[in-house]
Design a protein around this ligand. Structure first.
Ligand code: C2E
Ligand code: MG
Ligand code: MG
Ligand code: MG
Length: 277
């Protein structure tokens, strides 16, 4: 009858849910120990200058060397880290590790470019983020201009007043600020002016739209013009071919990041790109 069907439907549904959450719970429990077991690592992806093609920056991207599952990309575990709040200690580890790495490069007589680190919304909401950033830089004797923080539009919109204040304090310290995946979230162009960031990163989807078979680079070109009119630099992410690079260069895009120039790579590989001081 209807009642039995309804119950079966419910059981089927909850069984599915349980399977999904069991997997997530397991991963979340393992993630708790991943930091202590040194299973998290940073990969580095180059950003190059739009004119010279020279190395101009790097983005630190988190990976988890899972003992059974192998190398996991952030898409596999960052959502669980955010849900559980573990992203706060993990994010602190990311920030300090990137700073420690820059210091190691300098001590090895190399010239590292500024390194960008991704922040999550919970870190931005954290009361002591400014103090943490300050401590990470000063304990490794780094000028603040070596560090760039990437934030998404959606994060910025959560608590506008708080965000404006935190960003102003970070920027006063000399840290560079970037809006990541620009154009993919819901942001107001009016707010863009309030936040006063240094860099806009054009979302990969708009770079992907740049194809030889049509006038599809319109949004990428418009974002470049917008950023420049606000006095900001533009980085295009997800640049995969010469056609995209040439189009973006013609539109005066400041920096490129994408597989065409290099994938996110382990520190030893990235280190080979650095020149002596
Ligand atoms: P994101 O910050 O937008 O990072 C760029 C992503 O695009 C990276 O994926 C990178 O591998 C990928 N990518 C770069 N160039 C290309 C390209 O030419 N083609 C394609 N198809 N993809 C490209 P990844 O490393 O899997 O990271 C995904 C997202 O995870 C990041 O997106 C960022 O939002 C998040 N994430 C990474 N590391 C951290 C972290 O330390 N903390 C937090 N909170 N989030 C992180
Ligand atoms: Mg990013
Ligand atoms: Mg991005
Ligand atoms: Mg992205």
């Amino acid at each position: 009858g209807a009642k039995a069907d309804g119950r079966n439907a419910f059981q089927f549904y909850s069984a599915e849910l349980n399977t999904a959450s069991l997997g997530e719970l397991l991963l979340e429990n393992q993630l708790r120990g991943a930091l202590d077991r040194d299973e998290l690592v940073l990969f580095y992806q180059p950003k190059v200058d739009g004119r010279s093609g020279q190395l101009a920056g790097a983005e630190a991207l988190l990976r988890w060397r899972h003992p059974e599952l192998g190398l996991l990309a952030p898409g596999r575990f960052v959502p669980a880290a955010e849900e559980s709040g573990l992203i706060v200690p993990i994010g602190e580890w990311v920030l300090r590790s990137a700073c420690r790495q820059m210091r190691a490069w300098l001590d090895a007589g190399l010239q590292p470019p500024p390194v960008a680190v991704n922040l999550s919304a919970q870190q931005l909401a954290q009361q002591d983020l400014v103090a943490l950033v300050h401590d990470a830089l000063s304990s490794h004797r780094l000028p603040a201009g070596m560090l760039e923080l990437e934030l998404t539009e959606t994060m910025l919109m959560r608590d506008v007043d708080h965000t404006i204040e935190v960003l102003a304090r970070l920027r006063a310290m000399g840290v560079r600020l970037a809006i990541d995946d620009f154009g993919s979230g819901y942001s107001s162009l009016a707010y863009l002016k309030l936040f006063e960031v240094d860099v806009l990163k054009i979302d990969r989807s708009f770079v992907n739209d740049i194809r030889s078979d049509g006038a599809e680079g319109t949004i990428a070109a418009a974002v470049i013009a917008l950023a420049h009119s606000l006095g900001q630099q533009v980085v295009a992410e997800g640049v995969e071919n010469d056609y995209q690079r040439d189009f973006l260069a013609r539109h005066h895009c400041d920096q490129f990041q994408g597989y065409l120039f290099g994938r996110p790579e382990p520190v030893a590989d990235f280190t080979r790109r650095l020149h002596p001081r």
